[in-house]
Design a protein around this ligand. Structure first.
Ligand code: HEC
Length: 463
């Protein structure tokens, strides 16, 4: 497995590095390292590169050059020589050494004073007429995907925080208290409910908490139900969702920016029985889907997919797709966004061989969670259309995404794709990054934000 990951990283990244040769150390860092060490070196899948107990000796230039060049393959830190030149590695070493003794906290962990006042925070959002936004829950660090139980408790996964939260509605119904259900998990971003049990997707396993609504407050024990899926760290975090057929759907991303995955178990969507058995492929050629849902009437699986990086600011587009029959191939790594052949892997192939997306969502917008709106609170026109959380670009010269979009459909065809919530990005300042969307029983819409560690709630009063 490590060999595959490393090989994949090396082929994919050699390509990335060429186009980055003329760029500054920060650009090199953002393009190659931020995905694992965080955009501000605050740490994500890999450790922070700010002040910490350095694993591989003092952060001197010589030591850094050594570790960056050779990597730690068995721990998922790729070797960067020869993908990056000696000069590039030296400039990265200088750049990291300069930050090596700084405290580089992720924004969610920042002092409360750094957060904007609640009124400024909320007044800076833009929504269509008649809609209001409020903070439903605060203090859920790195909040990721959400699922709402029949009793109105919202379970939320997280990334670096390693926790699963329960948002328990307060008596006034205006907001919820955050209770930690479990901690010390490995990037448990995915959550879903099936037969009263909460299923959680970690990088290397799927775990189950039985009768969760009765036990969430007692740090409940869990059962490991599956450890057999690829567990590469790159794009290895796993969302999951119970399907209308009573199975668990779970994707495995490509362990790279771009690499050949057809003959591997990566870049596919699977489903399995609720006990973890009978894993079968549902779709292939899917680079990295971090959100999906089933159409309320057709029951077809719809999913977002994040486009590859390093082809420039404006290409290729991220995708919204629908699975209409078994064994469909959605193009990765040969064709991106339905129309852009890959400069390396697309040779000798054509985009016509693959399923085109229903909607091209835009380059680098990073669509994550999506949901069909089935609530009764919003106007009729919203019913059975899709909300998509766009986390926002990390590698584009002008930021894009940082919004929740409304996608309207006619059958399986796109009608429109418009902003529903704007204002997570204010000028150049980020106040939040939308991750997932879910509907409460009263028809209000929740939006999780892993940057601010919050869950927002959108209501409609028509005024
Ligand atoms: C696929 C994920 C991944 C990518 C991409 C990645 N790293 Fe790492 N890196 C890691 C992991 C995981 C570790 C911890 C290894 C260990 O535990 O020994 C690490 C460790 C390090 C360390 C040593 C930290 C210490 O405490 O000693 C440095 C320095 C580093 N990485 C720099 C970089 C640079 C520079 C880049 C980009 C050119 C980069 N990394 C890209 C995953 C990654």
């Amino acid at each position: 497995m490590y060999k595959t990951a490393l090989h994949a990283a090396a082929t994919g990244l050699a390509f990335a590095a060429i186009s980055a040769s003329a760029q500054t150390a920060d650009k090199l860092y953002q393009a190659n390292c931020a995905v694992c060490h965080g955009a501000r070196m605050e740490g994500a899948i890999g450790p922070t590169l700010g002040e910490h107990a350095w694993i591989h000796g003092a952060p001197t230039k010589a030591n850094l050059i050594k570790i960056i060049s050779k990597g730690v393959p068995e721990k998922n830190m790729p070797a960067w020589s020869p993908a990056l030149s000696a000069a590039q590695i030296a400039s990265l070493a200088d750049y990291i050494a300069a930050n090596a003794n700084k405290k580089l906290a992720a924004p969610a962990a920042a002092a409360p004073a750094a957060k904007p006042a609640a009124s400024d925070l909320l007044s800076g959002f833009k929504l269509p007429k008649g809609f209001r936004i409020s903070v439903y829950a605060d203090g859920a660090a790195t909040a990721r995907s959400m699922v709402v139980s029949d009793s109105g408790i919202v379970y939320v996964g997280s990334r670096k925080a390693g926790k699963v939260y329960a948002l328990v509605p307060r008596a006034d119904q205006q907001g919820a208290d955050v209770v930690t259900v479990a901690e010390g998990l490995e990037n448990p971003i995915g959550v879903t409910l099936l037969n009263g049990a909460l299923y959680v997707g970690e990088i290397s396993r799927v775990i189950r908490f039985d009768n969760i609504d009765q036990r969430y407050a007692q740090k409940p024990a869990y059962t490991v139900i599956n450890t057999g899926l690829p567990n590469d760290k790159w794009h290895g975090e796993k969302v999951l969702r119970a399907g209308p057929d009573g199975k668990l759907y779970i994707p495995v991303g490509a362990p790279c920016n771009i690499c050949d995955t057809d003959d591997t178990r990566s870049a596919k969507i699977y489903r399995m029985n609720p006990d973890g058995s009978q894993v079968e492929e549902v779709a292939r050629g899917v680079r990295n889907t971090v959100g999906f849902d089933f159409h309320p009437s057709t029951k077809q699986l719809w999913f977002t997919d994040n486009g590859r990086d390093e082809l420039g600011d404006n290409t290729p587009s991220c995708e919204l797709n629908v699975v209409t029959k078994p064994k469909q191939h959605f193009g990765f790594p040969y064709c991106h966004g339905g129309v852009v052949p890959d400069p390396q892997f697309g040779k000798g192939r054509t985009c016509d061989e693959f399923e085109p997306p229903v909607a091209k969502l835009g380059p680098h917008v990073a669509p994550l969670g999506m949901t069909f709106y089935t609530g009764k609170q919003f106007p009729e026109a919203y019913r059975n259309n899709i909300f998509v959380a766009e986390h926002g670009s990390w590698n584009r010269s002008t930021k894009i995404g940082y919004t929740v979009h409304l996608i309207t459909l006619y059958g399986n065809k796109l009608v429109s794709d418009t902003a529903f919530i704007d204002g997570f990005l204010r000028g150049d300042a980020v106040v939040g990054r939308p991750v997932d969307v879910a509907t409460l029983a009263d028809g209000s819409l929740l939006v999780s934000d892993d940057y601010g560690g919050r869950v927002y709630r959108v209501t409609y009063d028509g005024k």
